[in-house]
Design a protein around this ligand. Structure first.
Ligand code: SAH
Length: 343
């Protein structure tokens, strides 16, 4: 038996064709599952009996098991899911004005162990399947209502480009006009900057946004903060991004966590401005979200203001991100997929 939500539209179409069924049934099946949210082949009434029998014999519908759901005072919601092998992942919905951003996990654990992020603390277990990625979206949409999600970011647990094939396939399902039909520009993949995978990703021309977790413009400092980036030299990364940004009309995003006394000085800001010169980009400054697992500290107000001043002077486009969902450990770098008793 195969999980039907592991298949892209093109793959499903091919299987149907090979089995001698009308290939356009793939459109209908996609529409039943992703638009009408019907997960029962017998209810797919515009598909022939014999095809429904074939589907029923060969495919099943997986669902995620909700273990816990918490809501922050600021409206951020966190879902803890259990998978078939008892692994756990987390999915977050972050409301901000009209925007409601769904933050998806792509792996169980993470192998990159950034020095400020709890997602890698327990190491890496496995990649998520396509269905497990898509099901996070479907579950939350079913739970919170049809228009509850306006944006999707691959910024939960894991490194999306380390689970390349499944993440790309899930993106194809999100974008498919026969399926979820999510707008390209409202999807964003975040990465620590795995260069070969970025090049491969760009070649696919999916048209979705890419965000690079930078955190320092200084190669050595960055390596200390993010040891997992060691095979991806910063200079080469930036020159690849520069070439690409000339083609793309929309700006590239950099995430920059500000940690007190580490990467938040005036010199750090100057180095950053220098690095991104000539790049059509936006810097998201994120004050470090405190975790008792590490000895890093949140930046002082003074550091933040001075840093912003330098970027302003150098005409670097930036925003200072407000942290959301801290009280329920749902902010960037706080996802660990552990069950906590809620008082
Ligand atoms: N592995 C990918 C996808 C996860 S995105 C990546 O790193 O880009 C999660 C984002 O939260 C990244 O930008 C990450 O650097 C940031 N983050 C991790 N720990 C954080 C912390 N303690 N405070 C603020 N941001 C953090």
């Amino acid at each position: 038996m195969n999980d039907i939500k592991d298949y892209s539209y093109e793959e499903l179409r091919k299987i149907l064709e090979e089995e001698g069924f009308l290939p356009f049934y793939a459109k209908q099946i996609f529409s039943w599952i992703y638009k009408k949210r019907v997960e029962d082949f017998d209810k797919m009434t515009d598909i022939s009996q014999s095809c429904r029998a074939f589907l029923g014999k060969n495919f099943f519908f997986s669902t995620l098991k909700l273990v816990n759901e918490e809501t922050s005072y600021d409206g951020t919601r966190k879902f803890l899911f259990q998978l078939d092998d008892n692994s756990r992942i987390e999915t977050v919905v972050i409301p901000e004005g009209k925007r409601k951003t769904l933050c998806l996990s792509t792996q169980v654990g993470c192998r990159f162990r950034c020095s400020f992020c709890v997602s890698g603390l327990a190491g890496f277990k496995r990649n998520l399947k396509v269905s497990e990625i898509v099901n996070q979206y479907l579950y939350v949409r079913d739970f919170m209502g049809k228009n509850s999600i306006t944006n999707i970011v691959f910024m939960g647990i894991g490194e999306p480009l380390d689970n390349f094939e499944n993440v790309v396939k899930s993106i194809r399902i999100f974008l498919s006009p026969w399926g979820i039909y999510f707008g390209k520009r409202r999807l964003c993949v975040s990465t620590i900057g795995l260069l070969p995978k970025i090049i491969k990703f760009y070649k696919l021309n999916l048209g979705i946004k890419l965000s690079i977790s930078l955190h320092s413009a200084n190669y050595q400092k960055r390596l200390k903060l993010m040891p997992g980036t060691k095979d991806n030299p910063l200079e080469e990364l930036i020159s690849t991004l520069k070439k690409r940004s000339k083609k793309d009309k929309f700006p590239l995003t950099f995430e920059y966590i500000m940690i007190r006394g580490v990467n938040s000085s005036i010199d750090d800001a100057k180095e950053l401005a220098n690095l991104v010169k000539g790049l059509n980009c936006k810097i998201n400054l994120i004050p470090y979200n405190y975790s008792h697992f590490f000895s890093w500290e949140v930046p002082s107000q003074n550091e933040i203001e001075q840093f912003k001043e330098v970027l302003k002077k150098q005409n670097v486009f930036f925003t200072l991100r407000k942290s959301k969902g801290q009280d329920i450990l749902a902010s960037c770098g706080q996802l660990r997929a552990e069950f906590r008793e809620v008082d």
